[in-house]
Write a protein that binds this ligand. Structure first.
Ligand SMILES: C[S@@+](CC[C@H](N)C(=O)[O-])C[C@H]1O[C@@H](n2cnc3c(N)ncnc32)[C@H](O)[C@@H]1O
Length: 210
């Protein structure tokens, strides 16, 4: 079936399997947020909720949003099972057209991609930066390229470098500190069971306190 919207594509993608992602938090988020004082967090494109549940377990109050209602229902069940349902507000948004209200101590976007043409990722990330409270942190995690086992895994999706992400955020001079911008490797298991190394990238910035 041809999908025309992000919601159609991602609902179908999630409905194909009982679980698509591992349920674990992204390693970079866990590494970087481990040293942050828990406050309010916004997870953009939260999928099945691995990051949101991990943050809530550590005391954060999380707003987690995704375009897919299928993913959000599954994520909410994960949070119930983990005993943190009361600390996560699940919101369905197509982030190209609507965005959660408020300002947050941590705003995270991990692998926020869609193969449907037109998802305004750069604009969404600029809105994400605007949603960071003074003293708060923006974390953007992405792939540096396709997985080694499938060079065609992301057809039509531009995978920006950390430098491209930084540039496209277009942040005003003197208001932000770059805490991290670059590539890192992680070990992943390919669908055929081979253990392989994949390269991702991450940008982390802190908005200077007012
Ligand atoms: C590759 S998955 C990453 C999920 C999760 N962040 C993780 O790291 O496991 C991309 C997520 O972005 C969501 N997404 C794609 N386009 C979106 C849009 N326009 N608005 C909100 N979420 C979107 C998808 O539904 C999907 O859950």
């Amino acid at each position: 079936m041809e999908h025309t919207t992000d919601q159609e594509f991602w609902d179908a993608r999630y409905a194909e399997h009982e679980r698509v992602w591992s349920g674990d938090p992204n390693a970079v988020l866990a590494e970087e947020a481990a040293d942050l004082e828990p406050g309010t967090a916004l997870d953009l494109g939260c999928g099945e909720g691995g990051d949101a549940v991990w943050l809530a377990r550590r005391g954060w109050r999380v707003t987690a949003t995704d375009v897919s209602g299928v993913a959000l229902e599954r994520a909410a069940r994960h949070a119930e099972a983990a005993g943190v349902a009361g600390r996560i507000d699940w919101q369905r948004h197509d982030l190209g057209t609507s965005f959660p209200e408020g300002r947050y101590d941590l705003v995270s976007a991990a692998f926020l991609y869609s193969p449907i043409e037109g998802m305004p990722r750069e604009r969404i990330l600029r809105t994400a930066a605007a949603a960071v409270a003074p003293g708060g942190v923006l974390l953007v995690i992405g792939h540096a390229g396709p997985p080694p086992w499938d060079p065609d895994a992301h057809p039509g999706v531009h995978l920006p470098t950390a430098e491209e992400v930084l540039k496209s955020l277009d942040l005003p001079d003197g208001e932000w500190d770059v805490l991290r911008a670059g590539e890192h490797d992680r070990v992943q298991t390919a669908p055929d069971g081979r253990v392989m190394t994949r390269t991702d990238n991450a940008v982390m910035l802190r908005r200077r306190p007012a």
